[in-house]
Design a protein around this ligand. Structure first.
Ligand SMILES: Cc1cc2nc3c(=O)[nH]c(=O)nc-3n(C[C@H](O)[C@H](O)[C@H](O)COP(=O)(O)OP(=O)(O)OC[C@H]3O[C@@H](n4cnc5c(N)ncnc54)[C@H](O)[C@@H]3O)c2cc1C
Length: 269
């Protein structure tokens, strides 16, 4: 998430954005070249971008990536589900390739509003780096990697590392890849949002649990199938609390959800 350096710099409307050069690349290479300009920012669906402008983001050039065909669509090859960063929420859940991870399309279909789902992209959701956005939770649960591009080429990193990574040399998210080994399947519990949400992925005999709140970056843990909920949640950091919910409640509610989620995953063929 973009944090304004000084609260007095907060813009009142997007009209506060000064005129800047606009680049409209049609390839990843062109986009990466345009992003070398000082102060250049990526613009995808634009649903978050102007919120960042209102918070003080002042780009010196815009790189509007919507025309890059190689960053759209989904495919399955070499035991990896790959989804282009420019896929909108709606396009993603409608892609038959998502059936490779049972439960993923259903979980993804539960986020955002009709208007946003039609315009907002996977890349924008992850790269806005806002705690309350949910694709980081789902994609961390399924063990996804982010493919970043820069002048030196591509770099793959776990989606959860995007929160802290220095992306100066690889500023463009091109796609995400979900490994299909072990036949992953996903359940997402969202009934307590915005207080907290929880994703559970089963891959063969292993589980990955991800918990997040509106204010806290996703926390995840890996365990063997059959591990007791209390044991899985025992490592939740002591300071995993926010203004709306405390750790003790999260452990209790998360454990109750975990039992239901495990049963639901059992029911998925
Ligand atoms: C009313 C509303 C409701 C919402 N509800 C939900 C919800 O329930 N759950 C949820 O998870 N989200 C929700 N969202 C968030 C929404 O999913 C994001 O705003 C959206 O995914 C951002 O995508 P975008 O293409 O519009 O990004 P943009 O606004 O174009 O960009 C967002 C940020 O990401 C950067 N960026 C975009 N693409 C790339 C890329 N490929 N590489 C590098 N940087 C990039 C941009 O520079 C910018 O900083 C909601 C948003 C709104 C406005």
């Amino acid at each position: 998430m973009f944090h304004p350096p000084d609260a007095r710099q907060v813009s009142r409307t997007p009209a506060d954005l000064s005129p800047v050069p606009l680049y409209r690349p049609t390839t990843v290479d062109e986009a990466v070249a345009a992003l070398q300009e000082s102060g250049a920012a990526v613009y995808a669906g634009g649903t978050d971008f102007f919120a960042a402008v209102r918070q003080g983001l002042a780009p010196q050039a815009l790189v509007w990536i919507a025309g890059i065909a190689e960053m759209k669509g989904a495919s399955v090859a070499d035991d990896v589900l790959r989804i282009g960063a420019l896929s909108t929420h709606d396009e993603s859940v409608e892609a038959p390739e998502l059936d490779a991870v049972p439960g993923l399309a259903r979980a993804w279909a539960s986020i955002a509003t009709v208007r946003i789902r039609n315009q907002a992209t996977l890349g924008g959701n992850l790269m806005a780096r806002r705690e309350r956005y949910e694709l980081s939770i789902l994609l961390t649960a399924v063990g996804a990697t982010a493919r970043m591009a820069g002048p030196e080429g591509y770099r793959d990193m776990p989606v959860q590392d995007l929160w802290q990574a220095d992306l100066t040399s690889t500023p463009l998210l091109v796609s995400v890849g979900v490994p299909l080994r072990g036949a992953p399947k996903l359940d997402y519990e969202r009934s307590m949002r915005p207080t907290f949400t929880q994703a559970l992925c089963r891959r063969g005999e292993s589980l990955r649990l991800v918990m997040a709140t509106e204010w806290l970056q996703p926390w995840f843990t890996d365990a063997a199938l059959g591990t007791e909920p209390a044991e899985m949640l025992a490592d939740l950091p002591e300071d995993f609390s926010d203004p709306a919910v405390g750790r003790e409640h999260l452990v209790r509610a998360g454990g109750a959800f975990l039992k239901r989620q495990t049963a639901r995953l059992e029911a998925i063929a």
